[in-house]
Design a protein around this ligand. Sequence first.
Ligand SMILES: Cc1cc2nc3c(=O)[nH]c(=O)nc-3n(C[C@H](O)[C@H](O)[C@H](O)COP(=O)(O)O)c2cc1C
Length: 445
Amino acid sequence: MSHPTKRRLHLAAGVPGVNHWTIWGAPGAGSQIDFSTFEHVARTAERGFFDYFFLAEGLRVREHKGRLHELDVAGRPDNFSVLAAVAAVTEHIGLVGTASATFNEPYDLARRIASLDHLSGGRAGWNIVTSSDAFTGANFRRGGFLAYPDRYRRAAEFVELSRALWDSWSDGEPARYRYAGEFFDTEGWFPVPPGPQGHPVLVQAGDSGDGRDFAVETADVVFSRHGEPEAGRAFRTDVRARALAAGRDPESILVLPGVSVVLGDTEAEAQERARDIQFQQVTPQTAIHLLEQVWGTDLSAHDPEGPVPTPPENVEAELTQGQARRVDDPSAAARAWHAEAVEREWSIRELVVAKTTRHEFIGTPSRIAEQLDDAVQTGAADGYVLSGSVVPHGIDEFVDRVVPLLQERGVLRTSYEHPTLRENLGLGDRPRAGERRAELEGVAS
Ligand SMILES: Cc1cc2nc3c(=O)[nH]c(=O)nc-3n(C[C@H](O)[C@H](O)[C@H](O)COP(=O)(O)O)c2cc1C
């Protein structure tokens, strides 16, 4: 059956990082570091005709109250090494790795990504993040780090220079490149010929106005945290308006929020499973820990099942280091959480469950298929990045039970049409990237 007017649903699968959404203590939970985990998720996603397999990045083991963050001791290997290994056990699925534009150097990263594009036959992608804070920077720099306002300016030059490197070969030979900008002043020859995609697919994850402007200037895909259909629609509308204002066709940029899906044989069972997962995600200890992050103060003397204490008037202390801040005014955020908890008579744990866990799609397989289809047809998203709450089997059930229904609806492919990720995403030529300052001089060596 053909559905000529339907928009396609794009799907990606992530191995969830070290965070409390993953239930590491669940029966059957695997390792965060074993290759079998990455292999299983990637091959399952390929069995479900997903567009790409995705890995986030954490560049410094986080700390909470000056001690190791308990969830980070699981370990986190280098993305592009993992993706190269996954390339060997998959055939079609795209391979997208997150890498910071703040702490890498363009020549080295562009070379690693181009290498993955070759090794995988044109399936490589780079999720560009800026992740700048002094705490992470201390791992990389001798003193100093990038100031918050400068990170997207550096990222824009980083991408521009990477593109210049990927373009620097001509007639099967490297040509001399030279790039002079505010952050980079480099020249030489790039050692890797253009991969099958020319330019690997660029994904971007950043939420601020600057982040969104950077996305429409550079990226093929925006990875967002706005998975609820209404919030997703507002985000996607904003990104598309920014694209138009920047002179770019909004259809050339895909918005894929990260979401979680909970299935059940009946709606009631799905709701019950969702609630059960949420309380497993937020253990009593995690509840205290997460509230401490928001309150900025030690709460270890409080009962997680007891009432929510009044937050300090001024929340200043950053008890947790190494993760992106999500609110502009921490004191106001804490007051709002407290007011809601009092009104609803929530315990600490109930508040933290309500505020920090989410399942965007809950229901029977047919209801989920319908909701995903609707979301894409009504502009809430161009697709979704799914991650399960249990590693590595979290997306198995979705692939077994929902994927066939999506295919029946005509919104999901029944075979991979093209060899490259860029083509499978339906993306045309790469987006233009600002004004190029690179000079490419063809110099015979
Ligand atoms: C959906 C999403 C995923 C992100 N994933 C990562 C990641 O894997 N690693 C990382 O260092 N930063 C990650 N970031 C953080 C961003 O790089 C950035 O530092 C943060 O969003 C603040 O930038 P903004 O003010 O533009 O949003 C992510 C951000 C978003 C919105």
